[in-house]
Design a protein around this ligand. Structure first.
Ligand code: SF4
Length: 250
């Protein structure tokens, strides 16, 4: 198995389409980001700038500093992103400024972070890989918060099945030796007027066991070079369509 680390994104990519995983993580073929991902990354960076300093200062930064942090992060995203006719970089940037400003003024004041962007790497007996990631934020009461920017609010079933939250919960329990106080998805929905949804979630030990079992199966598939196309709803925007079309001829 060439890949010695597995992350939630890798697991999700493999489950969506093993061939896409192969092009991205084994062959490491360059792929431009989607505007949605670029926006989410820049929003994430801006919130991190505020929360990382708030652990000590216990004060939010002035809003201008946070929107500036967003603009700086957005600048680094633009060259790596494939925009289409409908999504202009300037419009998305303005949207991001509104989203960050809204979250900062309505939600951030109520959050006192204890740990921000905490990395974890979990090793398992007899497993040839480690599981890596970073938890967005744990507040002073032990609540884990994950930030997402999206066009559509996730359904309750999507929240229930979300691997990211399961992974955070598992990592927290294994590294801190105690269950988290709670899990919450803060979803910034890309509506005309920015909207934030707070979606609580619960993970029980059986969810962790199920996730670990799934991780083991994905690792086995990768180790066995099981890389095949699985046509799905993301194919129209897949950066590897050309390679995928020629897959059977190689
Ligand atoms: S085009 Fe579809 S089937 Fe082919 S690699 Fe991409 S996601 Fe997989």
């Amino acid at each position: 198995m060439e890949q010695r680390h597995l992350s939630v994104s890798q697991v999700k990519t493999y489950l969506l389409c093993p061939l896409k995983y192969f092009y991205r993580y084994v062959q490491r073929l360059p792929a431009p980001k989607s505007p949605e991902l670029a926006l989410g990354t820049a929003v994430h960076s801006a919130l991190e700038v505020n929360f990382a300093q708030k652990v000590q200062s216990r004060e939010d930064l002035p809003i201008g500093q946070v929107t500036d942090a967003f603009s700086d992060a957005w600048k680094t995203q633009v060259p790596e992103t494939a925009f289409d006719q409908e999504e202009k970089p300037g419009q998305i940037k303005d949207e991001g400024v509104r989203i960050v400003g809204h979250y900062h003024s309505t939600v951030s004041p109520a959050i006192q972070p204890q740990r921000v962007e905490e990395k974890f790497e979990l090793a398992f007996e007899n497993a040839p890989y480690t599981f890596v990631g970073r938890i967005d934020l744990v507040d002073s009461g032990g609540l884990i918060i994950d930030h997402k920017t999206t066009k559509r609010a996730p359904t309750p079933e999507q929240v229930r099945q979300d691997f990211q939250l399961t992974a955070y919960s598992l990592a927290h329990r294994l590294t801190q030796g105690q269950p988290e106080a709670g899990l919450r998805l803060d979803v910034m929905v890309r509506t005309k007027t920015p909207k934030v949804l707070h979606l609580p979630a619960v993970r029980a030990p059986r969810d962790h066991v199920r996730f670990l079992k799934l991780l083991g199966h994905v690792a086995k598939g990768i180790q066995s070079d099981l890389f095949y196309p699985n046509p799905n709803f993301t194919c129209p925007s897949c950066p590897y369509r050309k390679q995928c079309d020629a897959w059977q001829d190689v």
